[in-house]
Design a protein. Structure first.
Length: 595
């Protein structure tokens, strides 16, 4: 009987024993290692064969995926609202209880010439470049002084001199104005020097003495008269007639304007009451704040609460550019000089303009009938790896390069080198001007130099509109962002045109094609180094998350265009720029037969 019971329980005991062994095995099994924190290695660089580069296996696997890219749909750029003045910050109440013993000059009612012509803009830019050299990539934006206008103003009175430390000290002692940041205002030795204060204190002082800050138009008329001269004393620069460093406000009587106003071009610059804005009719500058920009970049400085400063004083080799037409954005907390005016409140500049010189757009040139392919490289049809996953979520400067994805492109040609100054100069010569000649916008001068040794340097200072117009003129077009990247890196996902190591990385300014060691797999030169380059696409930081698999053209609309080819970054780096921008940007063209 006992044996019978044992056999009855034997299957149960065997099952329990097996379960115990299985549990012990689970407990004693070593834990799985954590997933690696380092990014997966890039695909091996495979040198392409003649004509058709090799597509690596990873590219084929990605191409076979059900969807080429994943993620949220691309963001829709928010339309830019109409340009309007920022909401004024509250100003402290000031009663006109002060007094000011400075002589005031009457500026009679009537018309005067304000700003400069587009021809003068070109002349000033050429003069700047002649002294700046071939490797200089930034320059003063002379376009913000255009167009030239005929403006009518009512009679007003303006201080003959800038407000001095002695005069401003009385406002501080009355508890109305704040002490200047510099201590020299306290000492009698500096009594006759110009007070340097922020915009709010300049405004408070003028209201305290029963006056106001001048508008830009009032300041310019008082400083240059009615005949459009460049300097208060005439049209010839004379360094003995103005001060480029601190000194008494009356130290240069020989620099008086036609009305007798002194020190308009003496250090420091002066506040005006106006917000910093492009002149009516000016389309060469940056637009209003780009509200679609996810990073808050805004190169234009408009709608950011900046005030317009006048009487800019340059030093060194550009001292003669210290003209009465110069204007710049001033942060309200900056410390500048100022003077006050008395008279009726003027109308906005738009209502005071009687006439301006803003030209009508120039017809675009007819494109070439035969396309010259001699300096172009052929990029065969097929897929390639675009973008990268080698950026961290915190690297917002490069977050728009993700995700890594496959793109299929039809065959195309692309210029082996960037368009040169000589080539762009020929385009402008045939066009007759660069002003409003490219879809109603400035084409950009391309940093053209008369010196032959600079003719083979890349054209730079070209707007997107100018680059597109040039490519159309020679029967080509701007490359898409995808075309530029495939031509620059090949099909295998390499970081740089030559491979995965930053061997030849760097910024330089050389004649085009002079560094053959940085060639791409297709033979395109200077993708990284010489100048950044315009491409055809509008910019959207999230575009890669859902871009088409075949021949992506970029977002349909936007406020900024993409530039590519930054010398210190991988070839995937992309950046947005307003299409009006000129400084330091070049381009190359692409061509597709039948397209």
């Amino acid at each position: 009987m006992a044996r019978l019971r044992l056999f009855r329980w034997l299957p149960v005991l065997i099952g329990l024993a097996a379960l115990a062994v299985f549990a012990a095995a689970l407990l004693l099994r070593p834990s799985a290692p954590p997933p690696p924190r380092t990014p997966a290695p890039l695909p091996t660089v495979t040198p392409p064969g003649p004509g058709e580069p090799t597509v690596p296996p990873e590219a084929l696997r990605m191409r076979a995926a059900p969807t080429p890219t994943r993620g949220r749909p691309p963001s829709t750029p928010t339309p830019i609202p109409p340009r309007a003045s920022p909401t004024p910050l509250p100003t402290r109440p000031v009663s006109a209880a002060g007094h000011d013993d400075v002589p005031m000059i009457e500026i009679p009612a009537g018309e005067f010439i304000m700003g400069i012509t587009e021809g003068e803009v070109t002349y000033l830019q050429d003069q700047w470049r002649a002294t700046c050299g071939p490797r200089c990539i930034t320059f003063y934006q002379f376009h913000n002084e255009a167009p030239q206008m005929i403006v009518s103003l009512d009679t007003f009175w303006i201080d003959q001199y800038k407000v001095t430390n002695a005069r401003y000290r009385r406002c501080v002692e009355a508890g109305i104005c704040s002490p200047p940041e510099e201590d020299n205002w306290r000492y009698s030795h500096y009594d006759n020097f110009a007070a340097r204060v922020n915009w709010y204190d300049a405004d408070a002082y003028c209201r305290w003495v029963g006056k106001r800050l001048p508008t830009e138009a009032e300041w310019e008329k008082a400083a240059r008269g009615t005949d459009g001269r460049w300097y208060p004393w005439g049209n010839e620069y004379d360094k003995t007639r103005h001060a480029r460093q601190e000194g008494p406000v009356d130290q240069h009587p020989q620099g008086a304007s036609p009305y007798g106003v002194l020190g308009a071009l003496d250090y420091p610059s002066e506040w005006t009451s106006d917000w910093y804005r492009p002149y009516p009719g000016n389309r060469a500058l940056y637009p209003a704040k780009d509200t679609s920009d996810p990073y808050g970049w805004n190169d234009g400085l408009y709608d950011m609460g900046y005030r317009s400063a006048r009487g800019l004083v340059r030093d060194g080799g550009h001292a003669e550019d210290s003209r009465v037409t110069m204007r710049a954005p001033g942060h309200p907390e900056a410390h500048l000089g100022f003077r006050c005016v008395r008279g009726p409140q003027p109308v906005p500049l738009e209502q005071a303009i009687l006439w301006n010189t803003a030209p009508t757009p120039v017809p675009t040139l007819m494109p070439a009938r035969v396309v010259d392919l001699s300096n172009m490289v052929y990029v065969p049809a097929g897929p390639f790896i675009m973008g990268t996953n080698e950026v961290s979520p915190d690297d917002f400067y490069r977050g728009d390069e993700t995700p890594l994805h496959i793109v299929y492109l039809d065959a195309f040609y692309i210029d082996r080198t960037e368009v040169t100054r000589r080539e762009f100069a020929a385009f402008l010569k045939a066009l007759g001007t660069d002003l409003r000649a490219c879809e109603g916008y400035n084409c950009g001068s391309g940093w053209i130099s008369e010196k032959a040794e600079y003719s083979d340097y890349p054209a730079m200072g070209v707007t997107w509109y100018g680059a597109q117009a040039y490519c159309t003129w020679v029967g080509k077009r701007l490359p898409t962002e995808a075309e530029w990247e495939k031509a620059a890196r090949g099909t295998d996902g390499r970081r740089y045109p030559w491979g995965n190591e930053p061997t030849f990385l760097g910024n330089y300014r050389d004649p085009v094609g002079s560094r053959p060691e940085n060639a791409s797999p297709y033979g395109m030169l200077d993708a990284l180094g010489n100048v950044v380059e315009w491409v055809a696409d509008w910019y959207d930081p999230a575009y890669y998350t859902s871009s088409p698999l075949v021949n992506p053209l970029g977002p349909p609309t936007g406020t900024k265009k993409v530039v590519r080819g930054f010398g210190l970054f991988p070839v995937t780096y992309r950046d947005p720029e307003f299409p009006y921008t000129e400084h330091g940007i070049g381009f190359r063209c692409a061509y597709s037969p039948g397209r």
